[in-house]
Design a protein. Structure first.
Length: 436
């Protein structure tokens, strides 16, 4: 990345992130239909590297193919034009999934948003509004994978190096980190799935490096992350023979039960770790990890099957059922496919997208991270019609600046904030699989 970082700039004030509004429109909402303010429609990057939210109603526009915001493109400064050209050059150095299709604009904007959300030290903030301006390992892992698959491998490796730098010596990760890598912003504590996501992303990123010498060198640079993460996962799963202890996952909620959302990232990580240890020149370690992955795959499918609910012993499905299918998993068995195919009906919301799970609160709000995960799995499975349907829904609910919001209200309005890193990464990955 060529831009610097300042975390204080704002262009215009928007609604408070997370504010719940009382509806004043021409109709009466149902009690279960919540209203959430849209705090930002996009993220701008200035020539000096500072970032700033674009609030709803802002008159600023982006220079073409960039995230440089100006009042009038005709009066853009030389510095603004040069910064915009840097971004266009960055786009040209990689690929735009979906180029030449109806999704090219969404894909281009998603890439530019990831560019803007990725900081010089490799940290990817989930969003730019205050409560999202942190680096979640989960989001960073998805962004690294998406950037690698679109030809921006150096940026992807820098993200993984950031994760390696903040990871604890025992292989664990806090829920989120300050973007300057100085530590967590609060006491949310460890979230076990993060270790799985980081190791999974390392394997997917390195797989995108064609040159064997460069791939081996990248693996060597990430050796601490690979070894610490694998050791922790093997300890948590007793070498793949047991589910890990209960831990918060992407729901960001405490739980006393083992969840599919924690177990599946650990499984995905183990399934890719053998290749990583082969790159590190440790064939015996590769073999033992591969065996643990096979054992753990059986444990997860036996314990959670045949319906694969969110909670062990529960009945309500959530997003994590998708993590047992390609591109996350190596195989797609009939029970998982059936659970995944049935999940959207249970998770559907009035706005047309999906909630994180069937057990999520009935507030009428669709979440783009879940909806785009289902688009990604559909694309990887060759279910093109389903993937295109979900992607068209996301495309239709972008903000006025072209960014993907975190949420969509029951009436189709984008909500909370935009752009959101995780959803942008998912869209790029889904379009990559559709192109394949």
């Amino acid at each position: 990345m060529v831009v610097a970082v300042t975390l204080v700039t704002t262009l215009t004030l928007g609604a408070t992130a997370g504010a719940w509004l009382t509806h004043r429109g021409p109709f009466t909402p149902k009690p279960t239909e919540a209203f959430v303010a849209l705090a930002s429609t996009g993220l701008a990057v200035a020539p000096d590297g500072t970032r700033a939210e674009l609030a709803p109603g802002s008159d600023l526009v982006f220079l073409e193919g960039s995230r440089v915001a100006v009042a009038d493109p005709a009066t853009a400064t030389a510095a603004e034009l040069a910064t915009a050209q840097d971004m266009r050059d960055w786009l040209a150095a990689g690929t735009v999934p979906g180029a030449g299709t109806e999704f090219e604009d969404m894909s281009t904007n998603a890439l530019l948003d990831l560019y803007a959300l990725t900081l010089d030290d490799g940290a990817v903030v989930a969003g730019w509004t205050p409560h999202w301006r942190y680096a979640w390992p989960r989001d960073n892992a998805f962004v690294a994978t998406a950037l690698a698959t679109t030809g921006h491998t150096d940026d992807a490796l820098k993200i993984l190096e950031f994760l390696q730098g903040v990871q604890s010596a025992d292989g664990s990760f806090e829920a989120r980190y300050l973007p300057d890598a100085s530590g967590p912003p609060d006491d949310r504590g460890v979230q076990t799935d993060a270790t799985g996501w980081a190791l999974w992303s390392a394997s997917t990123v390195l797989a995108e490096i064609d040159d064997p010498v460069a791939r081996a060198a990248a693996a060597a640079a990430l050796k601490p992350l690979i070894e610490r993460s694998t050791t922790r996962i093997l300890a948590l799963t007793k070498d793949g023979t047991a589910l890990p202890p209960a831990s918060p996952d992407y729901w960001e909620k405490r739980t006393r039960k083992a969840t599919l959302g924690t177990s599946t990232p650990l499984l995905m990580a183990l399934q890719g770790a053998d290749d990583l240890f082969a790159l590190l020149g440790k064939p015996y370690r590769a073999s033992t990890v591969a065996q643990a992955a096979t054992t753990f795959d059986h444990v997860v499918r036996t314990k959670f099957g045949p319906n694969f609910p969110r909670d062990l012993g529960g009945s309500k499905v959530d997003t994590a059922v998708a993590f047992l299918l390609p591109p996350f998993a190596e195989t797609a068995d009939d029970d998982v496919l059936a659970a995944w195919a049935a999940a959207p009906e249970a998770m559907a919301r009035a706005g047309g997208g999906l909630a994180p799970g069937a057990g999520w609160k009935q507030d009428g709000i669709s979440w783009t991270p879940t909806t785009t995960v289902f688009a990604l799995t559909a694309a990887a499975l060759g279910e093109d019609d389903k993937a295109i349907g979900w992607l068209r829904w996301v495309d239709a609910h972008r903000t006025t600046t072209g960014s993907i919001p975190e949420k969509v209200l029951f009436d189709g309005s984008p909500a909370q904030l935009a752009p959101l890193a995780w959803s942008s990464a998912n869209v790029l990955l889904a379009l990559t699989y559709l192109g394949d």
